[in-house]
Design a protein around this ligand. Structure first.
Ligand code: CTP
Ligand code: MG
Length: 233
């Protein structure tokens, strides 16, 4: 089984949520969103290391979350994040274990990830170099130009929404991040950095419950999903 290191970017400010604390530290039922996400990741059999990147002032809070876990088989680390998500992940990459074969990046604010989905991404990443969980786009996507004028309507049947985890062979992801930093390129996900150096990345069909908690409405949906999970005996 592949040895997997997971990087969890958690250093954002949560501007769109507008809460008094960054999103990973908002409570969802009994635990914080971050704790739910880490708990879900720790179910993955591939996992050998977990690195959370957060703001300096939250490092002790993350360490407290770690204390709640029985984690003898998995190394847990917390490192300082950066100004952009990409810089947070770049910082964390410096701490990836020499033992790891694959690296997954998974947003701290996607608590509904399932270990079978992680396993599928790992299998495809071993084969191709990279793999991303996603779902087919449900809305028609418009490219909009200046003044709000629609420029084009890409064929929806070929469009997917990329989620996380995004899993890669360690050397490939490291090279892609180094190149992006050298070129001053900032992308909106990890796969785009790998794509631009010619790496192959496959899409794995995930589920819509793996939502990224971004706006207050997402938090309400997450509470509903959490309640439904409670109903399962
Ligand atoms: N993230 C990070 N470092 C940053 C920015 C974001 O580690 N400098 C993390 C967030 O904490 C989150 C994930 O990347 O877990 C996805 O980012 P996003 O949903 O955009 O979260 P925020 O940046 O916190 O939210 P917003 O963009 O609304 O401010
Ligand atoms: Mg953001």
């Amino acid at each position: 089984m592949a040895r997997l290191s997971a990087i969890i970017p958690a250093a954002g400010s949560g501007i769109r949520m507008g809460a008094s604390v960054p999103k990973p530290f908002i409570k969802l039922g009994e635990y914080s969103i971050l704790q739910h996400t880490l708990q879900a990741l720790l179910k993955s059999e591939e996992l050998c290391q977990l690195i959370v990147a957060c703001q300096q002032e939250h490092i002790s809070k993350v360490k407290q979350v770690f204390e709640a876990f029985d984690h003898s088989a998995v190394e847990l680390l917390v490192v300082e994040g950066g100004k952009e998500r990409q810089f947070s992940i770049y910082n964390a990459l410096q701490f990836v274990s020499g033992d790891a074969e694959l690296v997954a990046v998974h947003d701290a604010v996607r608590p509904f990830i399932q270990s079978e989905q992680i396993a599928k991404c790992c299998q495809l990443a071993l084969k191709l170099g990279g793999a991303v969980l996603g779902v087919p786009a449900k809305d028609t996507i418009k490219q909009v130009g200046e003044g709000g004028a629609i420029v084009s309507t890409p064929d929806r049947s070929a469009l997917w929404q990329a989620q996380t985890p995004q899993v890669f062979r360690k050397e490939l992801l490291t090279e892609a991040y180094q190149k992006a930093i050298n070129d001053n390129f900032v992308g909106t996900d990890d796969a785009s950095l790998v794509e631009r150096i010619g790496g192959k990345v496959g899409m794995v069909k995930g589920g819509r419950e793996n939502l990224k908690i971004t706006y207050p409405i997402d938090l309400e949906v997450a509470k509903l999903i959490m309640r439904q999970e409670d109903d399962v005996i």
